[in-house]
Design a protein around this ligand. Structure first.
Ligand SMILES: [Fe+2]
Length: 174
């Protein structure tokens, strides 16, 4: 199946702690087409590995144009989801079977912290506008880089300390 999105390390330069010339594929997004399970819309596969010191990760975005929640399920692998809104940064360690509902006001990005692909399912059917990426591009990434420990992004001012939470401490969705 052809991915609808495919990002190399170099494609992610605007949001990396340290830009790279690597053309390795970091992650791909596929449409979920099985009619037996219409709950899931997208499948994201983040390859294991690092870009410099940072774990392979997704670009990160907000739901600015369509402020709706988004449900994620980890199908395989393990990773960290960073959730950020003003005055609050959450780091969620997640593994296969975990489900997380992201409230619409949180910017979010996944990192693959394991040695196998991190495979995620989500129910986001609205697509994305340019606007969804602007804040994170402008700040050169999320509030913390996982490099590999959480390292504050100097482009943010007055950053709160990140709070580690479990998927079970967050809304589980339906
Ligand atoms: Fe999203």
């Amino acid at each position: 199946m052809q991915p609808k999105i495919s990002h190399t390390a170099q494609d992610l330069n605007p949001v990396l702690q340290n830009p790279t010339e690597s053309e390795e594929i970091v992650y791909q997004v596929f449409s979920v087409e099985e009619p037996t399970n219409n709950k899931w819309v997208n499948k994201t596969v983040i390859n294991p590995g690092k870009i410099g010191e940072e774990y392979n990760k997704t670009h990160g975005h907000y739901h600015t144009t369509n402020p709706h929640p988004e449900l994620y399920k980890v199908e395989e692998g393990e990773g960290i989801l960073i959730l950020q809104k003003k005055h609050e940064i959450l780091l969620v360690k997640a593994k296969a079977g975990d489900q997380i509902l992201i409230e619409p006001e949180y910017g979010h990005s996944w990192s693959n912290t394991g040695s196998t692909p991190l495979i995620l399912l989500d129910n986001w059917s609205f697509g994305h506008s340019e606007e969804d990426y602007v804040f994170i591009d402008k700040h050169h990434g999320m509030a913390y880089y996982l490099a590999p420990e959480p390292s504050p992004n100097p482009n943010y001012q007055d950053l709160p300390q990140p709070i580690w939470v479990t998927p079970q401490q967050l809304p589980q969705g339906v």
